[in-house]
Ligand binder design. Structure first.
Ligand SMILES: [Zn+2]
Length: 138
């Protein structure tokens, strides 16, 4: 949602997660201290909070991420980058009701999903604005 290149797995063991983080130069986020203490892990962050919303706030504050966010630039499903597409192209693939209220569209370069500024987008925009008050939407 905030535009960071992320990966999420709950099907990998500690060794595989640590190796993945190192290989892809990622910051490993976890509540598993044993995982973060592995010698191979160079960049890890223990999350004290347990809820996803509070964890997100914790992470934004600790890593000072507000200045780095690029909301709505990545796919919420597969993490690939989004790119703007022609209205005519999008309207061939979206429901009739969406055509009435959306005027701009983006396609995921990975899974090809189409995004628009609908009610879900507005709810996320408000959520982001609460976490990063200085963020300016276009
Ligand atoms: Zn995607």
């Amino acid at each position: 949602m905030l535009g960071f290149d992320t990966r999420w797995h709950n099907d990998l063991g500690d060794a595989a997660l640590a190796e993945l983080a190192v290989r892809e130069h990622r910051i490993l986020l976890s509540r598993d201290r044993g995982l973060l203490m592995r010698q191979i892990v160079t960049h890890g962050c223990y999350l004290r909070q347990t809820g996803t919303e509070t964890q997100l706030r914790e992470l934004i504050e600790r890593l000072q991420l507000c200045a780095e966010i690029a909301p709505f630039t990545r796919c919420l499903e597969c993490n690939a980058l989004l790119a703007g597409i022609d209205v005519a192209e999008a309207e061939r693939e979206i429901p009739e009701g969406v055509r009435q209220c959306a005027s701009a569209y983006w396609r995921c370069s990975g899974c090809q999903r189409i995004y628009w500024k609908g009610s879900h987008w507005e709810a996320m925009r408000r959520r982001i604005a609460r976490m990063c008050p200085d963020w300016v939407t276009d």
